[in-house]
Design a protein around this ligand. Sequence first.
Ligand SMILES: N[C@@H](CCC(=O)N[C@@H](CS)C(=O)NCC(=O)O)C(=O)O
Length: 219
Amino acid sequence: MSLIFYAHPLSTYCAKVRIILKLKTIDFVEQLPLGGSYHSNAYHKLIAAGSVPAIQDGSFVLHDSDAIAEYLEDCYPLPALRASDPQQRAYHRSVARYHDTRLEPALRALFGFIGDTDANRAHAAVSVLTDCFSRLANLVNPAPYLWAEQLCLTDCAYPTTLFMAQDVSAALGKPIELPTKLQVWQSALYEDQTIKQVVDDNRAAVAAWIDSKQKSKIT
Ligand SMILES: N[C@@H](CCC(=O)N[C@@H](CS)C(=O)NCC(=O)O)C(=O)O
């Protein structure tokens, strides 16, 4: 039976899991949350935390992108996306936590300013995000990936987030230029055809969402 992947096209956390599912060629079916929204009672009945991404593997359900990533690595070890060396693995996990606890929340803080007629109101939030990228550039040394020539679980968190930060900040009229090291990493990630497809689909969804927000605030 196929694994069920509950996801939303806009979510960068979902893109992380989608990349891992595809890199591991896992048999899965992607669905929107039951009832069409992660706020629905039907979805909360199944996924108590009420967030996407989530998976259902037979009778087993699991939320949280990193918990899902680790579970998939345990169940489908090939291709390996997790280092065996304890220090390397711990370091990769710390960079994954940085994504989920620092970078994505700083990016999300920009969403509410899309369509705002006074772009200057986004200034402070853009500065916080820019600072997050400066710290990230000091934290990582991709060569070309975080685990040298091999992609790892943590790499999978970043491609859509890097593009989304650029697309959303540009839509606010305050484009963020990534530090060179992050630009080189972003290009290397995007050269992988699986990642490219997921990024392109996510960017199209984000562009449509930005467009609709801008139109709804103007009219
Ligand atoms: N730490 C979680 C964060 C997931 C998350 O924030 N998902 C958002 C959509 S992008 C969501 O489901 N929000 C609804 C909620 O949490 O109530 C993960 O990695 O899966």
